[in-house]
Design a protein around this ligand. Structure first.
Ligand SMILES: Cc1cc2nc3c(=O)[nH]c(=O)nc-3n(C[C@H](O)[C@H](O)[C@H](O)COP(=O)(O)OP(=O)(O)OC[C@H]3O[C@@H](n4cnc5c(N)ncnc54)[C@H](O)[C@@H]3O)c2cc1C
Length: 449
């Protein structure tokens, strides 16, 4: 075999691809595998952003690009079908949960069991929530945290590198289809592969769209979650959180459904930069030595668009409008929100803001839907808590989670082009670590047969 010729090439060395590769080498001792990533090895992925500084990377930022992809994040693996993607709908709920068990077993094999897993299920809370018109979403969780997540992926790399050819800092410029597979032209040379798997996550979005179009494949429906981030008294949700570290609550109405996202007891709110937009994001208390006295979460309302461009246009209109080209984020007291008036100042506010933002009126900044969803959610939450939410609670406008558009793939993630597969977030089917990893194992089992 020619040295540049492989049975399987995986573009992207992120979470889904790593679990795919690990499954392939376990299932098939002889298959030749090539993994290509735009970024660096995990040990070389350093950026001053990690220490609160400014990005010092030449080209694409190592915080997001390179071996382990966005697995080099907080590393919270939620094992559930209730959120984090639509893998259950594609391959079956039970099959997805079984694969997630495998994901967890692999993490533990590589030291993930240094931290214990926990379950957020609570029957009596679920029953009480139902009376308040809320649904409690529960999940098994293994929360690695940034440091342990990096250690686990580093150990996986040490095993993979013995069996797999890696090409880091490599950009695939063109992909062309031939009878016997695919020809890849890159800045590190040309490669040939029989099967091609793409797992480029969200960070490869533009690249994938261009490559797919050149192969005659086009993305479709795109989901965008948007909502207001809430910062409340640290003990306000004590009645809900007494038995669990965090919870996810959902309110469902005919015109919308809204779900709490990224709840951080004792966490802070930090700025998140994506797609040239600035949003209020939650930082987990585990990531800082000095916990905050507050708790924060976003209330996301998902919205589906016919195309990715339409979804991005909507986000840029709203969030870009708030940012005003200066990274502006707006904050409002809950009492002012309820009374539909501006917040003039936060001086003397019982709840100290953990993020510096401009006082204002979030209702003026976001479409009515998001304000209405928050209002109805907080009314139900007050019913569940049996007490009013503190009027000094802070509302920040506006947070969003971007999803990749869906490409049409068959039940084995194969596109309309035979032997071309899409896994993880770039397929549009997964939006989380556990589901991305599970999609990798699933394809690994299929291709390894
Ligand atoms: C800040 C942040 C924190 C998160 N925290 C959590 C969490 O705690 N829990 C959770 O469940 N989910 C979390 N997520 C989501 C989760 O990280 C992703 O769903 C998951 O990593 C998706 O895996 P993936 O393999 O599809 O993509 P990724 O893990 O992103 O991997 C994509 C890989 O492709 C490479 N790549 C990109 N473009 C190219 C290209 N053109 N050529 C070659 N390689 C390329 C990248 O370098 C990367 O290695 C978080 C996301 C973000 C942004």
């Amino acid at each position: 075999m020619h040295s540049n010729h492989y049975d399987i090439t995986i573009i992207g060395a992120g979470v889904s691809s790593i679990f795919l590769a690990y499954t392939l080498i376990k299932n098939n001792k002889h298959v030749s595998i090539h993994m290509i990533d735009l970024g660096k090895k995990l040990s070389e992925r350093t950026c001053d952003i990690d220490d609160g500084g400014v990005c010092t990377c030449e080209g694409m930022c190592s915080k997001y690009i390179g071996f382990a992809g966005l697995g080099k994040s907080e590393g919270k693996f939620n094992y559930t079908n209730d959120f984090g993607g639509e893998l259950g709908r594609k391959i079956g709920d039970q099959a997805t949960l079984d694969l997630m068990k495998e994901v967890d077993a692999i993490l533990c094999e590589f030291g993930g069991d240094f931290t214990t897993s926990y379950c957020t299920k609570n029957e009596s809370l679920s029953n009480r929530a139902r009376m308040a018109d809320l649904k409690v979403l529960s999940t098994e969780v293994r929360h690695l945290g940034t440091r342990l997540a990096s250690e686990v992926f580093h150990k996986m790399y040490e095993v993979l590198k013995n069996r797999i050819t890696f090409s880091f800092e490599t950009l695939v410029e063109t992909i062309s289809k031939h009878d016997s597979g695919f020809h890849l032209k890159s800045n590190s040379g040309d490669f040939h592969t029989e099967k091609l798997v793409i797992g480029t996550g969200m960070s490869g979005s533009t690249w994938l769209k261009e490559q797919a179009a050149s192969l005659g494949l086009f993305p479709g429906k795109t989901r965008l979650d948007m909502g207001i981030r809430v910062e409340m008294k640290g003990d306000q949700l004590q009645m809900i959180l007494q038995d669990t570290f965090e919870t996810k609550l959902r309110i469902e109405r005919d015109s919308f459904s809204a779900t709490t996202y990224c709840m951080n007891p004792q966490g802070r709110i930090i700025r998140k930069h994506q797609h040239g937009l600035v949003m209020p994001d939650g930082q987990n208390a585990r990531e800082k030595d000095t916990p905050s006295e507050n708790l924060n979460f976003s209330l996301f309302v998902p919205h589906y668009f016919q195309s990715y461009d339409e979804a991005m246009g909507y986000a840029v209109d709203i969030i870009g409008g708030i940012n005003q080209g200066q990274g502006r984020i707006v904050v409002q007291r809950l009492e002012d929100f309820k009374r539909r008036r501006h917040t003039e100042s936060l001086e003397g506010n019982l709840i100290g803001p953990s993020l510096e933002a401009e006082c204002g009126n979030v209702r003026f900044e976001v479409p009515e839907l998001y304000g209405m969803a928050l209002e109805e959610f907080l009314t139900s939450l007050e019913k569940l808590l049996g007490e009013p939410i503190h009027p000094d609670t802070l509302l920040y406008g506006v947070d969003a989670k971007f999803h990749e558009p869906k490409f049409s793939t068959d039940p084995h993630f194969e596109t309309a082009l035979p032997n071309l597969f899409l896994i993880g977030d770039c397929s549009g089917e997964t939006h989380s670590l556990s589901q991305a990893a599970a999609s990798g194992i699933y394809l690994g089992n299929y291709l390894g047969e």
